[in-house]
Design a protein around this ligand. Sequence first.
Ligand SMILES: [Zn+2]
Length: 497
Amino acid sequence: MLLISLLSVGSFLCESVSAVQLSAGVAKVDITNLEAGPANDPLYAKALVLTDGETTTVIVTVDAVAIGEIGYIKNDYLDKVREQIDKELNINPANVMINASHCHGVVCSDVAERTFKAVKQAAQNLVPVTVGVGTGHEDRIMENRRLKLENGKEIDVRHAYSLPPEEEVAGVGPIDPEIGVLRLDRIDGRTLAVVYNFACHPIEGVPTGENSADIVGFSSKVIEENLSDGTMALFVQGCAGDINPAFYKDVNRPRDAEPLGNLLGLSTLKAVRKIQCKEDNRLIVLNETLELPRADVAQRIVALDAERERLVQSLRGTFLNLKTFLPLAVKYNLATEFPSYESHRYLHEQELGREDLKKMDVTNRAHMQQYVQNIYTMEQLTRLNTNLALLRKHQADLVDSGKRSLEVELLGMRVGDFVLTTFPGELTVQIGLNIKKQSPHEHTFVAGYTNGYIYYAPTAEQLQNVGGAQEDSDCIVAPEWQKIYEDKVAEILRKIK
Ligand SMILES: [Zn+2]
């Protein structure tokens, strides 16, 4: 057994490797819940342990929806894993980063124990490494899911929402096509690990509907299979709050994450191959706590309840029902001039000075319009109900908590020229773009979904739309949070210079 007893990774490192050279080890453990039905592909907890002999950091990525709060990873998971890492490996728990890919796969119940196992194995496999950083580009597999409407509001491309009538859609939001890449090579030039950061909800699914690590499971596989044997690809989810897989609402072909993952994997490989690794022992980890204001949406709930009542009252009686409406909708769109019979009959009536068919068409069109108006109102109500349920849940939690603020953990990490900052929620993409733009470091990347989960964290501007889309409804922070957070990140980034 490779028992270095690991009572102290620190003392072990001093004996094995020089303090000026970075060392790294990787390992992965399968965390698929096999009792949850068949799996299309395995879900993993992957660990990368990095040390310069003094500072040791652990980057863990898990194929799960979130670190606690929602999904299958319990709230005690992070503390449990950190405690074990502290106790058995003597690594500072504050230096441990656990990022959830946000795939919607089902993980096993002993995921904490298995995660620790991966970290322990990685810590036992340390080898000296060289470090390289670069960026890749991928803009084919995702899209911003927030639609800007003509009335100034925004709604999401979501399974839970019917999309609005096309004429109401005025524009779409941004994406971040950048793939942030940290490459670690063994001294002999073989790749050991690729850490890659990208922003997209990995929620495409596979045609069988089976359990899956989704897009990022496939991209990691492509990366690993095309580099040196034993290379570990660790996907770190970025600011994916409002980023969906492309064609997310397609109903004409089976949903399949594999081609999207393959594209992301190939684009990452392209970047990896351009990176020249060199000796670089800069390893800094900062762990800071930030207090953020909680949202109080009581007034908004009252306003939305009133809006719902208004919509319900606006529903009018209709001549048509679904059965009579559908064939008319086909006919009146197929032959707009002569929908109800062949053209010669219309011409015949015209010759006789009659307009029976034309008059019926006018009446039918009016009935169809009334019917469609009710349908649109119904669609609005379904979206409103979904959003109100989210707002009510979070408002009840606010009242139960008795607190007007919450604390979040932020990490700042530097490995050579690779700079990463983390947040425990679903940052929307603009926030990641802002942080990158303002950073003093060329290669700055942002990871959401890390070391906890506080739901969506949209921009202050997006929070003017509370109750309109998922990110602003499934959210527990007040609009002022964005400036407080971005200022704090700027401070952290300055410190890890
Ligand atoms: Zn999400």
